[in-house]
Design a protein around this ligand. Structure first.
Ligand code: ADP
Length: 275
C-alpha cells in the first residue's frame, strides 16, 4: 500500500512542474495577445502593459510558495500525529502502588523471589507456576530452549511487564511497592540485543550513569575484558561507534553492554544470553 501511494505521489509531483509551467506559458501568451492588442489600439500605454506583466511575474513565486507550504504543513501534521501517539501513551506500569516510605534512592540487597508465578502474553501462557528464591549475593543460571520464557522472566524482574500481584518480591517486598526508579536503578541488564547510540564508546558506556569517574569507567571495561581492545582504538574511549554501533564487532558490542551494566554497580545483574 505504501509503495502504491508513494508512486502515486511521485507521479503527481512529476506532473506538477510541467503543468505549472504550461499554465504560466498560457498566461503569458494571453497577456501578450490581449495586452498587445490593447496597446496597439491605444487603450493602454506600453507602461501599463509592462507594469501589469511585472506584477504578474512577481505574483508567481508567492503562489508557488503557498502550495509548497500547504504540502509541508500536511506532511508535518502526519508526522506530529505519529510522534504524539508515543508522547501521549500512558505507561500501564507506574508507581500507583508504590510505598511512599521508600525513597527513590533506596538501595536493594538484591534478593528475588517468585511465588507461584503465572504469566501470559494475552492468551498464550508462557510461565506456569514458577516458585524460585534467589538470595542476595548469589548467582543463578537459567537454561532452557529458545522460547521457553527466560527473557520473559528477566523482563518481569525489570518490571517491563507486570507480574501478577504478590507473585514477585524483592528483598521480601512485592515489587509493586517499590518506585519504578528504585527497581531500575538497582538493576543492570545486558539484553539479548545490545542497543548502542551513535556516540563515543565512553558515552555509550556511561549511559544512564550521570557521574562516573574515568577510574570507574576503566574498571568496568576491565571487568568486561574489553579495556585493552578499546584502548587500542585510534581514539581510545573517544572513538565514535557509528549508528547502532556498526563499527564494533558483535562481541565488542556485547562486552560494551556488559561494561555498561557493571558500571552501575547494580544490586541485581542480569545477563540475558550474554555469551
Ligand atoms: P526465551 O528468552 O527463553 O527464548 P522468551 O521469554 O523470549 O523466551 O519467549 C517466551 C515465549 O513468549 C515465546 O513463545 C515468545 O513467542 C513469547 N513472547 C515473548 N515476548 C512476547 C511478547 N512481547 N508478546 C507476545 N508473546 C511474546
Amino acid at each position: 500500500q505504501y509503495i502504491h501511494r508513494a508512486q502515486g505521489l511521485v507521479r503527481l509531483m512529476g506532473m506538477l512542474w510541467p503543468t505549472l509551467e504550461f499554465i504560466l506559458g498560457i498566461a503569458m501568451i494571453i497577456t501578450l495577445l490581449v495586452g498587445g492588442h490593447e496597446v496597439v489600439a491605444h487603450r493602454i500605454t506600453p507602461g501599463d502593459f509592462v507594469a501589469f506583466n511585472t506584477y504578474m511575474i512577481l505574483l508567481i513565486w508567492p503562489i508557488i510558495a503557498v502550495g509548497w507550504v500547504v504540502n509541508l504543513f500536511q506532511r508535518g501534521t502526519a508526522s506530529v500525529k505519529r510522534i504524539d501517539e508515543i508522547l501521549r501513551a500512558v505507561p500501564g506500569i507506574d508507581d500507583s502502588e508504590a510505598d511512599p516510605a521508600i525513597p527513590a534512592d533506596a538501595v536493594l540487597r538484591g534478593e528475588i523471589e517468585f511465588r507461584n508465578l503465572n504469566f501470559s502474553y494475552g492468551e498464550t501462557q508462557v510461565l506456569r507456576d514458577i516458585s524460585l528464591k534467589i538470595p542476595a549475593g548469589s548467582s543463578l543460571a537459567i537454561v532452557g530452549p529458545t522460547g521457553s520464557g527466560k527473557t520473559t522472566l528477566v523482563n518481569l524482574i525489570a518490571r517491563l511487564y507486570e507480574a501478577p500481584a504478590g507473585s514477585l518480591c524483592m528483598d521480601g517486598r512485592p515489587i509493586r511497592k517499590y518506585p519504578l526508579e528504585v527497581v531500575r536503578r538497582n538493576l543492570g541488564i545486558v539484553p539479548q540485543e545490545t542497543f548502542l547510540f551513535s556516540e563515543t564508546i565512553r558515552e555509550n558506556l556511561a549511559f544512564g550513569v550521570s557521574a562516573s569517574s574515568d577510574e570507574e569507567l576503566l574498571q568496568a571495561a576491565e571487568a568486561a575484558h574489553i579495556r585493552r581492545e578499546f584502548e587500542d582504538f585510534p581514539h581510545g574511549f573517544e572513538t565514535m561507534v557509528g549508528e547502532r554501533g556498526m563499527t564494533l564487532s558483535g562481541g565488542q558490542k556485547q562486552r560494551l553492554a556488559i561494561a555498561r551494566a557493571l558500571l552501575r554497580r547494580p544490586a541485581i545483574l542480569v545477563l540475558d544470553d550474554a555469551l
